[in-house]
Ligand binder design. Sequence first.
Ligand code: MG
Length: 388
Amino acid sequence: MNTALIAAAGSGTRMKSETPKVLLPLLGRPALFYCLQAFDASRSIGQITLVCPRGMTAVFREAAGQLGLAKPLTFAEGGDTRTQSVLNGLRASRKAEGLVFVHDAARPMITPGVIDDMAAFALARGSAVAGAPARNTIKQADASGRITASPDRNSLFEVYTPQVFDFHALLAAYEKAANEGYVPTDDAAVMARAGFDSHIYELPWQDIKLTTPEDMTKLEAVLAQRQGTRLRCGTGFDTHRLTEGRPLILGGIEIPFEKGLLGHSDADVLTHAVMDALLGACNLGDIGRWFPDTDPKYKGVRSVLLLHEVGQKVKEAGYGIVNIDTTVICERPKIAPVAARMSAAIAEALGIPAESVSVKGTTTEGMNAEGRGEAISVQAVASVARAF
Ligand code: MG
């Protein structure tokens, strides 16, 4: 199977941080998560190997564990040089056949679509080295700064990662490089030394590598823009009957009222509609699929606990919650005086700011079941953003 080998063993000294740079947050998530999720989501990749800084495998294992990746993830320990680190990763990739994508963990802009396209390119051409035409004029100079060559810019490319090769050819080339003490800065150079041609695959962007604190700002701007175009919405609707002899639980709080809602759980109709909106936004089905009301486990359960679980599912699916808006439809009780408390309770269950959750009320002017005081209904809309 095709393998993604993610090199995270760099020391990151230019970041001036104790934490490995790829574990620093970009938009609130470790930088490493972006490329891991991209490779996990690509249909061209069967397994992922993560090369960790020496002595930090446990830290990286814990961090990556939060992602709940679908594909097998193997950990390897970095060596003294980039050559040794990549070689360790290749050797640890036991089920590797076909292509290997060597990728720098400090490059979070990669997407599943580009990975799949690079796989097709590499199958056709034998290799794929991510790059973009050089934008600046580049000179070669000697140690004194005297310019010794002015290569034609039209023939120059910046190269990035992924760099994609036949797995066994790259492994053999790295074995040779390690034996000869050859330590270049990319994989195409290792392949060239072993006698193989490599081909540039033009990325649709100038890539940014997380190297300095300024790069974090640039990358966050790019990733935020992408998230903005990767918004998804979901809707939820629920109705429960009002009945005597039950407490009224709405939006995770108890509201003093002469009736309560009837249902298998606490019948929190507002929380139910929010859950369905979130699940819908992520295309994860509905609450009946995850919490069937035929399961005695959910009898009388507090719905906000289930909402918390839904929040986890959203996160595991790779989404962040942007906002939730709801309309509670009933004649009584009055919603406005308790709306802020309900927003806060829903937000707390999801671990998002209260400002991201709006709760409003409306009546049906005495008409329908809601208007006659027989039921409360809720409409909800949720938006989520994919992280890559
Ligand atoms: Mg319900």
